[in-house]
Design a protein around this ligand. Structure first.
Ligand code: SF4
Length: 255
């Protein structure tokens, strides 16, 4: 089944160190667009669009990467979010996944009928350093959701996530930073996360190396097109025997 991107709004505000070289800002800069202006996009109602023959534009069973040119929980979108939740509720035949750096806004942003979470909505919390982990994960852990994951991306330092990891974390991904001003990702930080995931029985994926990877004291410059492949080559992903989830926190983008 194909994957789809759904960006109901575009633009964001930087909230933490991981945002420093945000790819949304990089992309907008090429067109002299102001990324801090958050606007509804023309594909706002994409999940409900139909083809001429009456079938859904996004077919049942698809994975829909949601809001990757903004943050789903950015305050500027508060007036539009209920309609977005409603589309997710109506398209219960699709799987939606969004990544956020604003989990503290999630409890007040959930729809009235959320309950223990919509079965087709996956939420990923991004953390990039220990401070953000200590701020965001205690909040995220308590929020009801059908599927929750953690994205350590761009990974900016060694993290101790042992106080937080447990069965509630359905997947953890790690990755470096891309772009011309990328900060270094150290392979030892990645291996440490892997070790912590293995100890806690949490699926782990090294998604991409980033542009600068330090390994055994040497810094490797890795072209964008090779960053995912190089991470795969490391062959360090971990999957507990009974877990077959495929959700993984996106395809190289950060939010
Ligand atoms: S899109 Fe994500 S990385 Fe970019 S500014 Fe917003 S929260 Fe930060």
């Amino acid at each position: 089944m194909e994957d789809y991107n759904w960006n109901p709004w575009h633009g964001c505000h930087k909230v933490s160190p991981g945002c420093q070289h945000c790819y949304v800002y990089r992309g907008d800069a090429r067109y002299q667009r102001d990324s801090t202006v958050v606007r509804r996009t023309e594909s706002f109602n994409l999940p409900l669009r139909k083809k001429r023959d009456g079938s859904w534009r996004i077919p049942a069973g698809s994975m829909v990467w949601t809001c990757f040119t903004s943050d789903f929980l950015v305050a500027d979108a508060d007036d539009w979010r209920d309609a977005a939740w409603e589309m997710m509720r109506r398209r219960s035949d699709l799987n939606f996944l969004f990544i956020t750096k604003r989990v503290e806004r999630l409890p007040a942003s959930l729809p009235a009928d959320w309950g223990s979470g919509y079965a087709n909505v996956c939420i990923c919390c991004t953390i990039e350093n220990q401070q953000m982990a200590d701020q965001r994960l205690p909040i995220f852990r308590e929020i009801p959701a059908h599927w929750k994951g953690i994205a350590c991306e761009p990974l900016l330092e060694a993290l101790d996530l042992r106080p937080y990891l447990g069965a509630w974390v359905r997947a953890l991904i790690a990755g470096g930073e891309s772009g011309p001003q990328a900060r270094i990702c150290d392979f030892d930080w990645v291996l440490s996360l892997r070790q912590q995931c293995m100890a806690a029985g949490v699926p782990f994926r090294f998604k991409q190396t980033g542009a600068l990877l330090r390994k055994d004291g040497r810094i490797y410059h890795i072209e964008r097109r090779l960053q995912h492949a190089q991470a795969r080559k490391a062959n360090i992903d971990f999957q507990p025997a009974e877990n077959t989830d495929r959700k993984d926190g996106g395809d190289g983008r950060n939010a």
